[in-house]
Structures are given as structure tokens and as C-alpha cells.
Design a protein around this ligand. Structure first.
Ligand code: TMP
Length: 209
């Protein structure tokens, strides 16, 4: 059995983490061994980098530092966890992957996309997701779902920033039609999950068992 690498993307508060967990449950029921993980994060080194990235104490962090830290977290995560899990035939679901860097650091922070692409190839060992679900919704709705008190460094960015992130994701989805599926994040959790299950039924038929 060969597993797929499935990623979830979207702005803050879009509901992708809930959908990633529901997909894990669905795939397990189907008999798959599933590995659910997230970015930034995963193994110890990547989780430590996550702390640095999201801490509101680090307001002085430069965009250049930020993009490199996301990539450093990703290379450790990909090499230590994701690739070995795929090699074991597992389904791997990641809550965010490199498209988040293209949307947040590229579209919103204006870091050169070509530069991001080049570092991404290095940091991911050339690994690409097989399927990406973009849970799309307006930034106003996403941010309204987040508690302002516990907001992390990125969540504290302006509404304009998050609108740019959303546009960034939609542009990637248009460019990468083969692997991207856009789902309407304003729908209910159940409706979105049903949509994702229907799409996965079709995709799973193509996976050799
Ligand atoms: P999370 O809230 O989904 O756990 O993600 C953490 C934050 O990090 C979120 O605000 C999005 C941001 N992020 C980037 O800016 N670039 C990246 O490459 C990744 C993976 C996340």
C-alpha cells in the first residue's frame, strides 16, 4: 500500500485543523495507517522553532529570519517524520506545509516567490503534497473565530495582512489545479467533511492497494 501526502491550508480560523482530524478518522476507518502532523512543528527541533516563530515576545523578528525559520522547521519535519512515514506506506496529513510560506511570507510579507521556491525544494528534499485542501473563507470571518487574548505573533497581524494571505492561497490553488481542492470554509463542519470524504473516495480508488 502506498500512502498519500495530504495537506490542509487556509487562513487563521478557517477550520482546517478540525477537518484534518476528521479526515484522519475517516482514513483510519478505511483501514489506513494515518500519520497526522502540523507545521510549523512536529519533531522536537521543529516544535522549538515553532515557539520562536509564534511567540509574541519576538515582535522584532525580520521577514528574512521568519522565512528561514519556517524552512528550518520544515526540513527537520520532512526528513525526520514525513518522508519516513510515507516510506512505511502511511497516509500522511499535515496541517499546513510549504504553501503557507508562499501565502504568508510570499504574498503577505512580499518575500520573493522564486527565492521561496528555491529554498522550499532544498528544505523539502523535493517532496510535494499529492492533495491539498484549501479551506477558504473571508479573513473577517476567520479572525472573528480566534480569541484575541491568546493570539500568537502571526494571528496578531492586521486584517489587511490576512486578506493578502487569503488571496495568496487562492492564487496558488489556481496555479496548482491538479493537487488543489478549494472547499468553502463558511459551510458547517459536517458539510465540509462530507465534501472532503467524497473527494477522497475518488482519490483512494487511484491508490494502488
Ligand atoms: P497554525 O496557527 O495553523 O498552527 O500556524 C501557525 C502560524 O504560522 C499561522 O499563523 C500561519 C503561520 N505560518 C507561516 O506564516 N508560514 C508557514 O510556512 C507556516 C507553516 C505557518
Amino acid at each position: 500500500m502506498k500512502g498519500l501526502f495530504i495537506t490542509f491550508e487556509g487562513i487563521e480560523g478557517c477550520g482546517k485543523s478540525t477537518q484534518a482530524k476528521l479526515l484522519r478518522k475517516y482514513l483510519k476507518k478505511k483501514g489506513w495507517s494515518v500519520f497526522l502532523t502540523r507545521e510549523p512543528g512536529g519533531p522536537k527541533i521543529s516544535e522549538e522553532i515553532r515557539e520562536l516563530l509564534l511567540s509574541t515576545d519576538n515582535k522584532e523578528m525580520l521577514p528574512e529570519t521568519e522565512v528561514l525559520l519556517y524552512m528550518a522547521s520544515r526540513s527537520q519535519h520532512t526528513g525526520e517524520w514525513i518522508i519516513p512515514a510515507l516510506q512505511k506506506g502511511k497516509m500522511v496529513i499535515s496541517d499546513r506545509y510549504y504553501d503557507s510560506t508562499l501565502a504568508y511570507q510570499g504574498a503577505a510579507r512580499r518575500i520573493d516567490i522564486k527565492l521561496i521556491d528555491t529554498i522550499t525544494k532544498f528544505a523539502t528534499f523535493g517532496l510535494k503534497p499529492d492533495i491539498t485542501f484549501l479551506v477558504d473563507l473571508p479573513a473577517e470571518i476567520g479572525l472573528s473565530r480566534i480569541s484575541k487574548q491568546d493570539a500568537d505573533r502571526l494571528e496578531m497581524e492586521s486584517i489587511e495582512f490576512h486578506k493578502k494571505v487569503r488571496v495568496g492561497f487562492i492564487e496558488i490553488a489556481k496555479r496548482e489545479k491538479e493537487r488543489y481542492i478549494i472547499v468553502d470554509g463558511t459551510k458547517s463542519v459536517e458539510e465540509i467533511h462530507n465534501e472532503i470524504m467524497k473527494i477522497m473516495e475518488v482519490k483512494l480508488r487511484k491508490v494502488s492497494i
